[in-house]
Design a protein around this ligand. Structure first.
Ligand code: GLU
Length: 281
């Protein structure tokens, strides 16, 4: 007999593009706290889809740093790069439902046509211009064994997508206005973060996603993907982001605040955790 599934299942999903810093540590510690309070399970997902930026040594470093901090997760770790068939299956489902289209425009075309920088910031997709989108009755080409085009999800224009965040309360965005047709697959053969993340959260039965609030806008897109994939969406807790003394969001370039550097400087996990516990959101 199978052991009963825990009713709470969370995940830690670092990207191995650099060393983890204090901001990651705080978000992951929160995720572990929330899983622990619910007697739940925590998975470790290695978000290693970006071939140019991900490096194996950062995978080892993140496991070691998370363990040093005292976090525990269920093994084995899941690597997104090993889940291509599952991601492709999700893409095929979207294709069969006619919810995606191939896009031959370059990032530059989209940026230029979108005009003003998008308020989501530099790491968010610009609003896809509706004039670039094929009309709804256009015959959809096959995906093909080898994907050579970017594929985008056709968002339901004008529909409000809403969810209740466990920290931020009700969050809402209007499709086609606050975010546009977004990438689900790249012509280099890799799924987009949005598709891989939603497919993985769905397949692994994640019940709550704890991550930084820079990803709130991605959540609206992922909610559309859950619906399209026929999977129940998880609950969400978006944590605030740590900033440096100048108010800039911590990033991997803040080497001095990497867990490695803090550890080398003699800081202990309990000291760091005591700091997180002062303002735990
Ligand atoms: N790997 C993503 C990141 O580090 C987080 C993905 C997620 O939590 O959904 O930004």
């Amino acid at each position: 007999m199978h052991a009963p599934r825990p009713s709470y299942r969370g995940r830690l999903a670092p990207s191995p593009t650099g060393l983890l810093h204090l901001g990651h540590a705080r978000t992951f510690w929160l995720a572990a706290q929330r899983a622990g309070e619910s007697g739940g399970e925590l998975l470790l997902r290695n978000d290693d889809l970006d071939r140019d930026r991900c490096r194996p040594e950062f995978v080892d470093a993140m496991r070691e740093d998370l363990a040093w901090l005292g976090l525990r997760w269920s093994e084995p770790m899941i690597s997104q790069s090993a889940r291509l068939p599952a991601h492709r299956a999700a893409l095929e489902r979207l294709h069969a439902a006619g919810l995606i289209f191939p896009c031959t425009r370059s990032r530059r075309d989209v940026l230029e046509a979108a005009g003003a920088p998008h308020e989501g910031g530099a790491d968010d997709e610009p609003l896809y211009p509706p004039v670039f989108r094929p009309s709804a009755g256009w015959p959809l080409p096959n995906l093909g064994d080898i994907i050579t085009a970017n594929w985008r999800f056709r968002v339901p224009d004008g529909e409000e997508i809403a969810f209740t965040d466990a920290r931020l309360g009700r969050q809402a965005a209007v499709a086609g206005r606050d975010f546009g047709d977004f990438l689900v697959w790249r012509r280099d053969g890799t799924p987009s973060y949005q598709l891989a993340c939603a497919a993985d959260d769905a397949d692994f039965g994640i019940t709550e996603v704890v991550r930084g609030e820079d990803l709130v806008r991605s959540t609206f897109r992922q909610l559309l993907l859950f619906r399209a994939l026929g999977a129940p969406p998880p609950a969400y807790f978006h944590a605030s982001l740590l900033r440096d003394e100048r108010g800039t969001r911590l990033a991997k370039r803040h080497d001095a605040l990497s867990l490695r550097a803090l550890r080398a400087a003699g800081r202990t996990p309990s000291e760091l955790i005591a700091g997180f516990a002062v303002d735990p959101t």
